[in-house]
Design a protein around this ligand. Sequence first.
Ligand SMILES: [Zn+2]
Length: 167
Amino acid sequence: MSFKRFIEFFPEIAEKETRRIILRNDPKIPDGEYAFVDSFCEDKDCDCRRVYFDVLQIDPEYEPIHAARISYGWESLDFYLSWSPYLPSKMAAEMKGPTLQPSQKKTLYGEQFIELFESILLVDPAYIDRIKRHYTLFKAKLGGKAIKKIYKEYDIYSPCPCGSGKK
Ligand SMILES: [Zn+2]
């Protein structure tokens, strides 16, 4: 499975909506500015409802440093279990996350960035809604089967088809 950053399709929205967190005197993570850059899977027919965050340390004078990659699924555990009746619950729980990507297990501050994500971003429903909206835009851009499934769930993802603009 390959992933693409939201910013590659929608640079203007990403410019405004990518979350940056500035840390000063945090007991666990070095001082700095960290951006949570969202990516989604590029399979146009796959409705996996997961986001992959590249956590980048931003320094205006240098190229950003890749600090961690976190995956997170915003749906219920049952949603991920329903992917396959044979999917072990441990794997479904990993799909839901938040979790470090397997190649990232040894990342220096990986667990700390997960804690940061959980304590600041995951508790912010407006932010999670933003990520869902990015996912919907991204899958609409790909134009496969996934977006048709997403649009069927009007109550969560898109305005009412009557045109009122209400969810
Ligand atoms: Zn997918």
